[in-house]
Design a protein. Structure first.
Length: 421
């Protein structure tokens, strides 16, 4: 009995702990938790205002519809509030009118429900209603169950629904309008951090030399989770676009929207980085598979390769810290040109990368003299490391005496290695 009751207690404890963390996060400063609190309070305020206007000012006996619709209209964005207001009003009007007409024809509540509900449920699946179509059927049930089914009561319900929709949309649009720009920055920072963590994990395993097929499979799972983080970033970007629709500059100023939103090009860049990490983990998984002809490279050459991955991971972590800590005066174009961070640190990182790459290339030439499959694996690994460095690390400024050629601010003078035949 004790073991049975322990599980619900543990679940309750975890839930209480999660609620406590959310409350502390909402209290500390801006974030998802505070946005949730604001939206919840706005929805409650819109419902109270709709009830007060409908019952006290208008003296409507059917004031229930106004606060109900107002609650539902406080959506995640102003645009979605307007869209769902139109869909819900159409569904409520159809449900009210069909329910009332069915009752006038049948004269019985059960008969009226039997007549109108099948039609309304079919209409609920119409794509034009979105996810608001079900409110047509529920409104018909409320209409028939209220006991007062007349043309006048139907007009009251439609009018109250329109009033609630107007109040809900107005509160959502003019009282701290929801603008989801912070989520983009947080998701992008989390993505860069996750990429760095995965590369650090891979580098640690390669350095120790104790990795096998199971370890490579774990790395593949880690890369898959990074891809899920990329999907979250794309979703956040979509929400940010929608939240800026129908919100003018005055509303954004009232909401104190940050103006240094990372450009969409950053999403594409880190999408390519994620693809390179995925390709690297696939290469390692194939080389660790005993059923394949490909074999892992020698441990001696994996040491500098692991250091190269750690150098790339450090660049990813620095990028994550910059996104969260904030250097808003430096945009992505300037950063790619070498403005980000201390230029001496960038020069040192570039020199270290060149030396590590030279050591791996020497190992590649030695592997080519031993066996082609092992050299092919090492060549693919080095190619992915080059791709990762080109996408994540900034290059030092070019000089007239430099043999470094810049393309969009990234180091491209050295071509990816070609596996010797």
């Amino acid at each position: 009995m004790t073991s049975v009751t322990r599980i619900p207690r543990q679940a309750l404890s975890r839930g209480a702990s999660g609620v406590g963390r959310s409350v502390r996060a909402a209290w500390r400063g801006p974030g998802r938790e505070r946005d949730l609190v604001v939206q919840s309070l706005k929805a409650a305020g819109a419902a109270l205002l709709a009830w007060f206007v409908a019952s006290n000012w208008l003296g409507d006996p059917l004031a229930m519809m106004a606060p109900w619709v107002a609650l539902l209209m406080v959506q995640a964005t102003v645009y979605s509030s307007l869209r769902q207001a139109a869909q819900q009003l159409a569904a409520i009007c159809i449900g009210t009118l069909l329910g009332t007409a069915a009752h006038l024809v049948s004269g019985d509540t059960l008969g009226a429900l039997a007549m109108c509900l099948p039609v309304l449920m079919l209409l609920a699946n119409w794509s034009r209603f979105g996810n608001q179509g079900i409110y047509g059927a529920t409104t018909a049930v409320f209409t028939l169950a209220s006991g007062s089914v007349t043309a006048a009561s139907a007009g009251h319900r439609v009018g109250e629904s329109a009033l609630g929709a107007v109040i809900g949309v107005a509160v959502n649009a003019f009282v701290l309008p929801p603008i989801h720009l912070r989520d983009v920055r947080e998701n992008l920072a989390a993505l860069t951090r996750d990429v760095g963590d995965v590369l650090c994990t891979i580098a640690g395993g390669l350095r120790r030399g104790d990795w096998d097929a199971d370890t490579a499979a774990d790395w593949s799972h880690d890369a898959a989770r990074v891809e899920l983080r990329l999907e979250s970033l794309r979703s956040a970007r979509g929400w940010s676009r929608e939240s800026l629709r129908l919100t003018n500059r005055a509303l954004r100023f009232l909401r104190r929207v940050p103006s240094d939103l990372p450009p969409e090009e950053e999403d594409e860049r880190w999408s390519r980085v994620t693809g390179h990490v995925r390709a690297l983990t696939r290469t390692l998984a194939v080389s660790a598979d005993e059923g394949r002809t490909a074999t892992p490279p020698d441990r001696a050459v994996l040491q500098p390769y692991a250091e190269l991955l750690e150098l790339i991971a450090r660049s990813c972590h620095e990028e994550s810290d910059r996104l969260l800590g904030g250097r808003p005066g430096v945009d992505s174009d300037a950063r790619r040109g070498g403005v980000r961070g201390d230029e001496q640190d960038d020069d040192h990182a570039e020199r270290t990368r060149r030396e590590l790459r030279r050591q791996v290339q020497e190992g590649l030439r030695e592997h080519a003299g031993w066996e082609a499959p092992r050299a092919a694996v090492l060549g693919a690994m080095l190619l992915q490391a080059e791709n990762l460095w080109a996408e994540t690390a900034s290059a030092p400024p070019s000089t007239p005496d430099s043999d470094t050629h810049h393309y969009t601010g990234r180091h491209t003078s050295e071509q990816p290695p070609v596996v010797p035949r």
